[in-house]
Write a protein that binds this ligand. Structure first.
Ligand code: C5P
Length: 224
């Protein structure tokens, strides 16, 4: 039997990636955290494409996209992201990347650059991909689509503790503002905005643990 293709979209810090990783392990699927790819491009831009005022020079980024090679490697169950052979897994979680990623991700050039590699990974089936536009744009024919949401206060708490556990300094109010700002840019952008696919199952996990969210998704998949 062909293994399923599963799309998990939703708001920032609803646990999409960590939940997808567990489901991938349980069902023997590949997991692709597409947010990490957008973060990787943003990290590259912050290192190599800064304009005079210190912000990202988008035109310089567009003409440098062919110098970016992003690759995931599995290290003992952990997905490690490499940019041109350099491990950038920690760097992509910094506040500087979080503050700039939505601006980079709304650019057509950047989305086109990442779209093909995401699609080709799914061709053989057996994949769970998480992001913002997976069920609507990247894999509209996915076998299962889920859309995760949770209250902003709960999501703030989760991201704040995630940053602390990564050893990254964090301020709860700033984390909350970043989530609100990113969700706004992601939802309002012209190309591939963050939105629920018509045929996606919505899961509000404000009051669900990570394990309960996983069980809800698996129950749905196993019922079909
Ligand atoms: O999932 P994560 O929070 O790491 O994603 C970081 C950012 O990458 C999002 O806020 C969004 O701007 C962008 N993104 C996107 N499309 C995806 C995944 C992420 O635009 N499929």
């Amino acid at each position: 039997m062909k293994k399923p293709v599963i799309a998990i979209d939703g708001y920032s810090s609803t646990g999409k990636s960590s939940i997808s990783k567990v489901i991938a392990d349980q069902l023997g699927l590949i997991h692709l955290d597409t947010g990490a790819l957008y973060r990787g491009v943003t990290w590259f831009a912050l290192q190599n494409c800064k304009g005079e005022n210190g912000s990202i020079d988008l035109n310089q980024l567009f003409s440098s996209l062919d110098q970016i090679q992003l690759e995931f490697k599995n290290d003992d169950g952990e997905l490690i992201l490499y940019l041109n052979q350099q491990d950038i897994s920690k760097e992509i979680r910094t506040n500087e990347v979080s503050d700039n990623v939505s601006l980079v991700a709304k650019q057509k050039e950047v989305r086109d650059f990442l779209l093909q590699s995401q699609r080709s990974l799914a061709e053989k089936g057996g994949i769970i991909m998480d992001g913002r536009d997976i069920g609507t744009v990247v894999l509209p024919d996915a076998d299962f689509k889920f859309f995760l949401t949770a209250s902003i206060d709960e999501r703030t708490k989760r991201r704040y503790h995630e940053l602390l556990s990564l050893g990254i300094e964090a301020n709860e109010q700033q984390v909350k503002e970043n989530l609100i700002e990113r969700d706004k840019i992601d939802s309002e952008r012209e190309i591939a905005p963050l939105k629920k696919a018509e045929d996606a199952i919505v899961i509000d996990n404000t009051y669900l643990s990570k394990q309960e969210t996983i069980e809800a998704i698996l129950a749905y998949i196993q019922k079909i």
